[in-house]
Design a protein around this ligand. Structure first.
Ligand code: ADP
Ligand code: MG
Length: 341
């Protein structure tokens, strides 16, 4: 076959293949966009496990009319403009791919009104060249992204979707992870017109209220507060001691600079800190936040961004291990209070 450029829609579908695996992946990308836009209230409507509809309304900065087509184009982003920015990333997004990818495998529309604009506009893309269409709309300050019929045009992907219940379960898990990354953001999750989760915004001092809602009081009643610092790296949060706590297998939350992570090196450090206090690897329970200079960690490892690479991996590993070990091995009486200070 002769060499030719792929139609834009096909190129975007190929990119979508890497990031958009299931409805929860769409929800993740859209929530990250809302948070990057400074929103502190998100309402998420899901229908049929997300296969029928995923709609997110936020009260963030919005997108001006002239930029709506760009927001839907691939490699278009307002978040970085140079390699230097990429190397010190502050936002959750930066690839400029999510909206283009999603709109190539679903019917996506973007409605937005920045406070500076009196009229809201709605945009969507059509055809093989994904030309953006625009129409006036009615919308308060902020943005709504509406994603219908996910994978309607990619049957191979659609076939891998599980039941609505399973897909919704993935969305619910994701929401919990987000909820623990941003206490200050109100999150409402509706499924088939029924409110399933409602996390009001709380201050950092009242973090335990939200953690109790997300993880359960079995954890918050006995978790120990940890706050350690070493060479500009800070680890804080809560860990449940191996004994005397009702453990939940799925309550393992680790954030690096506000980004939720599943990292083998960190898992290993935590596991080691628990020593043989635990019989079952899955029952370590924690909500932990690692904070370090953005230059010292590379988030551009995987398109879905749940892996990171630390420049000082060994030091981070040992620091996490030592800090957790110390808190776990303190006897309960000597342990610091379990409130955020
Ligand atoms: P990225 O997040 O990597 O920049 P996306 O395709 O997810 O790429 O989004 C493209 C651009 O659209 C963003 O850079 C941002 O400027 C804009 N955008 C997307 N969603 C929102 C939103 N909810 N509120 C405001 N702007 C948004
Ligand atoms: Mg994004």
């Amino acid at each position: 076959m002769p060499i030719k450029l792929l139609p834009i829609s096909l190129a975007n579908q190929i990119a979508a293949g890497e990031v958009i695996e299931r409805p929860a992946s769409v929800v993740k990308e859209l929530i990250e966009n809302s948070l990057d836009a400074g929103a502190d209230s998100l309402v998420i409507d899901i229908e049929k496990g997300g296969r029928r509809r995923i709609r997110i309304r936020d009260n963030g900065a919005g997108i001006v009319k002239d930029e709506l087509p760009l927001a839907l184009a691939r490699h278009a982003t307002s978040k970085i403009s140079s390699l230097a920015d990429l190397e010190a990333i502050q936002s959750l997004g930066f690839r400029g791919e999510a909206l283009a990818s999603i709109s190539s495998v679903a019917r996506l529309s973007l409605t937005s009104k920045p406070a500076s604009q009196s009229q809201a506009w709605r945009a969507w893309v059509e055809g093989r060249d994904m030309t953006a269409e625009l129409a006036p709309a009615s919308h308060p300050d902020g943005t709504t992204v509406d994603v219908e019929d996910l994978f309607f045009n990619t049957p191979a992907r659609r076939k891998f979707l599980r039941t609505d219940k399973t897909e919704f379960g993935h969305i619910d898990d994701l929401l919990k992870r987000i909820a623990l990354s941003r206490y200050d953001v109100r999150l409402v999750l509706n499924h088939n017109q029924k409110t399933v989760r409602n996390y009001p915004a709380v201050t950092k001092q009242n973090a335990l209220e939200r953690i109790a809602k997300v993880v359960g009081t079995g954890f918050t009643d006995c978790a120990r507060f940890i706050d350690a610092e070493h060479l500009g790296v800070r680890l804080w949060g809560w860990v449940a001691p191996p004994e005397g706590c009702r453990h939940q297998a799925d309550a393992q939350f680790f954030y690096v600079n506000g980004r939720m992570m599943r990292d083998r090196m960190l898992n290993h450090a935590i596991r080691q800190a628990y020593d043989d206090g635990l019989t079952d690897e899955r029952s370590a329970t924690y909500v932990l936040y690692l904070e370090l200079a953005p230059q010292d960690v590379d988030v551009n490892v995987h398109p879905a961004k749940h892996e990171v690479r630390f420049h000082q991996a060994r030091e981070i590993h040992d620091f996490v291990l030592q800090s957790i070990r110390q808190v776990l091995h303190q006897n309960a009486a000597a342990a610091p209070g379990h409130q955020y200070q």
